[in-house]
Design a binder for this molecule. Sequence first.
Ligand code: GDP
Ligand code: MG
Length: 408
Amino acid sequence: LGGSIARALARMKDATVVDEKVLADCLNEISRALLQADVRFETVRDVKANIKTIVNLDALAAGTDKRRIVQKLCRMLDPGKPAFTPSKGKPSVVMFVGLQGSGKTTTCTKYADYYRRKGFNPALVCADTFRAGAFDQLKQNASKAKIPFYGSYIESDPVKIAVEGVDRFRKEKCDLIIVDTSGRHKQEAALFEEMRQVSEATAAFDQAQAFKQSASVGAVIVTEMDGHAKGGGALSAVAATRRPVIFIGTGEHIPDFEVFDVKPFVSRVLCMGDLSGLMDKIQDLTEGAFTLRLLYEMFQNLQNMGPLGQLFSMIPGLSAQFIEKGKEKEGQAKIKRYMTIMDSMTQKELDNTNPKLMNESRINRIARGSGRLVKEVVDMLEEHKRIAKMWSKLPINNIRRPNSRDSL
Ligand code: GDP
Ligand code: MG
């Protein structure tokens, strides 16, 4: 799927004439990917319209628009409002809302544990009196993470428990009191029923909208990012609440919790690899020379198809050498040989930009150190020169340096 986006973008880049049709094809690919990633239809429509207005057909030929498209997505994921963050020593109360089974109880503990590691004094309150076993579940999680908790087996009024729990932990000088809820109110039986029915079929937008009406949403946590890789729910949730996503849940256990970072996320949704790393790298590359060290990194990336590897594979003439279909084995062997040779180089040699540095004695030393023939070392150095020359001609080198706000 992501491959298809990458291909569409590459096609767009390669096309000698980029016209409305090429652009439309590309946008359709992206839309398809977003829809499959669980992004709500209306959001995809907006994304598409937005991208269309920012894409400058003249700039497409220069190959810069992949970046702009991703930038646009990043901006859409950043509602421009700061997320709520607790401050140490100042009591904060955070309530978790979400549909049943969406991961509130699990995430509460992850959230508490995250802040405890940062030196906070968190506590958990179970105000879910709706689901049988809700308190036991929270109790178990909290005990495992060694976080103080409060709840009741007999009290049926969630408001009462929440108030009691918060009061108690305030007195105990807890600075982050987390209230777990059942996620819906009894008075809203109709809404709940409706949500239950749509919960399976719909994206996060509907859930987030519904909850925004009854509680002020400070921030969004997207759970189960490990699951079907349907990260697009985050985009919908932000569109619905205009609140930022702050964390993502990546598994059932307490440490399966990550601070949300827009850029890698967008790349993940579009399956284009870690573009933020790539853009940083491109900046390095365009600012300096194409050193042996960069070649080494490219090879490393190529092996695990990291961002540089993807870029690398787009360089005409190189893909033929190293990753051509049917010749993968030879390509891999060559990469391995080159990397072995580079492993015997000094830092100075790897970062070198002076064409005169690599003299006979250095080449002999490298050959000895790597157990390779002198000729193989020379071949590798020639190859590096060839690649560096190709690299300098790539349109990617024309990308202007983005300012920090724009940067990926
Ligand atoms: P609640 O009803 O909203 O409180 O949801 P729970 O916290 O009880 O979670 C429902 C199920 O989802 C449980 O089996 C959790 O272990 C699981 N779960 C929660 N968060 C994640 C996550 O990030 N990844 C995965 N794979 N499972 C999760
Ligand atoms: Mg729960």
